[in-house]
Write a protein that binds this ligand. Structure first.
Ligand code: NAG
Ligand code: NAG
Ligand code: NAG
Ligand code: NAG
Ligand code: NAG
Ligand code: FE2
Length: 463
């Protein structure tokens, strides 16, 4: 025993010394103090929830990538009065929508709620880097939108991702979305790290709040893809209401191209977009050894071709490196399963949500431990990803302000404010990352760093 604890103390001191030496400027807890006000949901009659005019007009329009490489797109919308057509008319000229594609309809019930008609239609064989116009609701009250397809997948293709998490539908959520849209850095696609509507915080998981959320975010989701990750607020497991099928509303409303990456479940999958390979993981689906998610990820990581997609980005909901007391250590079991793979395959960055605050880590790993060696400290590791928690979208549950003290060395920056981030890929070696808080003007950066690609240019970013 004695020997053991001495050995442990020694390792602890060594680890502390190593991390100190490698990171002498230490982490920062922002002194920014946000106005203390409660996050409340926008009332049902708010402007952002308005139902579009016209009989059976399509609403809640949203798009996401529809295949592995960005030449397809899934268009989804809801009709409320009757089924209507699932056809999408589209084309590259505003005057003639020369193509059409037919989708499918689904519906679901949840306790005493019955959904509208939920349409999903995939447009295929799109040209790269092209503006397409599209129209839905064609037989009753057509509405027209547009999107721009990504450039062909390739190693030096610049591309700008927005990152939003735990959005909800409060006045703060509206501020986050507005800040994202007004950000001069112009995100082209949103990486959404889970927890969409927070309908489950309402009586009987009031699914009307799924509809209002769909209408609220339409001003962005109809025009650019949002890449979806499932969070705990998507589970909607409510046996007390007779609802025992997890993810029922989410699965019906938000389709993703999971089959294209060989996945057997919509909760974990990957896409390639521009110069990025993006892996979406499921914090609330099994990931132990032999489970489908484990086996999929084990096969997926060796397939990532950094000569084609230099940037390897992972999205998941429950963060692994979180120094907030809120949801403290909840991501630990998944970290134990997968962290060594992230280091081996040199993941550039992991975006998570769940904690309603912002945090950015140093590059650290904690993979030396086995059941006898006691080596369980996070240590600086140039092959490790940067972990970013960005569950600060502004939902009804409010900010997570209670952080662990002292701030761990691996935590580079943390702050309890609502906001969003931008990851701007410049080429195969450089990407510029910035986080903005809602309390500031649209152009103000509160935290930022240059990312150096772990495969092509793995030098220490802090120098
Ligand atoms: C569902 O039940 C709740 C009360 O439990 C009620 O307030 C609500 O109006 C009902 N909704 C529908 C669509 O019947
Ligand atoms: C939400 O934000 C938009 C854009 O800033 C604004 O037009 C709208 O009035 C806001 N709605 C609410 C309910 O705050
Ligand atoms: C990786 O991508 C490069 C560039 O597109 C290509 O030349 C190469 O064949 C790919 N490697 C594999 C193993 O597919
Ligand atoms: C902060 O979290 C810790 C650990 O959960 C708890 O003991 C403490 O009471 C919390 N502080 C406040 C002010 O809520
Ligand atoms: C990659 O982008 C960075 C930042 O914009 C730039 O400094 C660097 O020269 C670029 N590399 C190449 C090979 O163009
Ligand atoms: Fe969450």
């Amino acid at each position: 025993m004695r020997h053991c604890s001495h050995r442990y103390l020694y390792l602890l001191l060594l680890a502390l010394f190593v991390s100190f030496a490698a990171n002498c400027n230490g982490g920062k807890t922002s002194s920014f103090v946000r106005k203390g006000k409660k996050s409340i949901d926008m009332p049902l009659d708010s402007d952002v929830f308005r139902v579009p005019p016209g009989y059976n007009a399509p609403q809640q329009v949203h798009i996401t990538q529809g295949d592995l490489r960005g030449t397809a797109i899934i268009i989804s919308w809801v009709t409320q009065d009757e089924r209507g057509s699932s056809k999408v008319l589209y084309g590259t000229s505003e005057d003639s929508l020369e193509f059409s594609s037919k989708g499918r309809v689904t519906r679901y019930t949840f306790y005493n709620y019955t959904s509208g008609f939920i349409h999903h239609c995939t447009l295929q064989k799109l040209k790269h880097n092209t503006k397409y116009y599209y129209e839905v609701g064609i037989d009753h009250s057509p509405r027209r939108f547009w999107f721009i397809t990504p450039p062909e997948v390739g190693p030096d293709v610049p591309y700008t991702f927005g990152i939003i998490g735990d959005l909800g539908q409060t006045y703060d959520s509206n501020s986050t979305l507005t800040h994202y849209q007004m950000n001069p850095m112009k995100g082209q696609t949103v990486l959404f790290v889970g927890d969409l509507s927070y309908a489950d915080d309402h009586l009987n998981h009031d699914n009307v709040r799924w509809d209002t959320w769909g209408r609220f975010v339409e001003r962005s989701t109809a025009y650019q893809p949002w890449i979806w990750t499932a969070g705990n607020h998507e589970i909607d497991f409510a046996p007390e209401l007779g609802e025992t099928e997890p993810f029922k509303p989410y699965r019906h409303r938000y389709h993703v191209p999971y089959k294209a990456s060989g996945s057997t479940s919509p909760f974990w999958y990957s896409i390639k977009r521009a110069s990025a390979h993006i892996i979406v993981l499921a914090s609330y689906s099994a990931y132990g050894k032999y489970t489908p998610q484990y086996e999929w990820l084990e096969a997926e990581l060796p397939k990532v071709n950094r000569s084609e997609t230099p940037w390897l980005i992972v999205l998941l909901h429950s963060p692994w490196y979180n120094s907030n007391n809120y949801h403290y250590m909840e991501g630990e079991s998944m970290r134990v399963m997968f962290e060594s793979w992230f280091v081996k395959y040199k993941v550039d960055v992991v975006f998570a949500g769940h904690v309603h605050a912002y945090e950015r880590s140093e590059r650290v790993s904690n993979i030396a431990y086995n059941i006898v060696n006691g080596e369980c400290m996070p240590t600086p590791d140039p092959s490790a990803p940067v972990y970013i928690t960005i569950g600060d979208g502004g939902n009804i549950e409010g900010l997570a302000t209670n952080m662990t003290e002292p701030q761990p060395k691996y935590s580079a920056y943390r702050e309890a404010s609502f906001g969003h981030a931008i990851f701007e890929i410049k080429n195969r070696t450089h990407a510029y990352y910035s986080w903005r808080r809602n309390d500031d003007g649209y152009a103000v950066e509160a935290d930022s760093m240059w990312f150096y690609n772990r495969f092509w240019y793995a030098v220490d970013e802090s120098n």
